[in-house]
Design a protein around this ligand. Structure first.
Ligand code: IDP
Ligand code: MG
Length: 132
C-alpha cells in the first residue's frame, strides 16, 4: 500500500475544518497511519517548500505555513498520492471542482487549506521530514 503526507494548513485548522477533512479521507477508503497537531518551525517550512524557493510567493508561503498550528497526517491506500490529490483538488481553489476539498472550502490560492504530496519521492521525503 502507498502512503502519502497530507496536512491541514493553518487556515483550515483555525477554521475548524480538521474533522471534516479527516472524514473525507476516511469515506474515500484511506487508512489513517499517523497524525498530529504541530507548529512548523521556519527551518522545517523552508525545507518542506525548498522546490519553490525561486517563486515570488515563497516568503509569503513560509510566513503563512508557520503562522499557526497545522494538522499533519499520513494516509495509506491504493495509489495514495493520486487519490489524495483528487480528493484535495487543484492548487487554485478558483479552478478546483466542487466536491473537492479546495473546491468546497477555499477561495484563495495563498490560503488553500490543505497540502498533499505530489509524487512518491516527495511523499517519502515529507513523511520523514514531519514524522521522524
Ligand atoms: P500544491 O499545494 O497544489 O501541490 P504547489 O505548486 O506545490 O501546489 O504550491 C505549494 C503551495 O504554494 C500551494 O498549495 C499554495 O498554497 C501556494 N501557492 C501556489 N501558487 C501560489 C501563488 O501564485 N500565490 C500564492 N501562493 C501560491
Ligand atoms: Mg505541491
Amino acid at each position: 500500500m502507498d502512503r502519502t503526507f497530507v496536512m491541514v494548513k493553518p487556515d483550515g485548522f483555525a477554521r475548524g475544518l480538521v474533522g471534516r477533512i479527516v472524514a473525507r479521507f476516511e469515506e474515500k477508503g484511506f487508512k489513517l497511519v499517523d497524525a498530529k497537531v504541530m507548529q512548523i518551525s521556519r527551518e522545517l517550512a523552508e525545507r518542506h517548500y525548498e522546490h519553490l524557493k525561486a517563486k515570488p510567493f515563497f516568503d509569503e508561503l513560509v510566513e503563512f505555513i508557520i503562522s499557526g498550528p497545522v494538522f499533519a497526517m499520513i494516509w495509506e491506500g491504493k495509489d495514495a498520492i493520486k487519490n489524495a490529490r483528487s480528493l484535495i483538488g487543484v492548487t487554485n481553489p478558483s479552478d478546483a471542482l466542487s466536491g473537492t476539498i479546495r473546491g468546497d472550502f477555499a477561495i484563495d490560492v495563498a490560503s488553500n487549506i490543505i497540502h498533499g504530496s505530489d509524487s512518491d519521492e516527495n511523499a517519502d521525503r515529507e513523511i520523514k521530514l514531519f514524522f521522524q
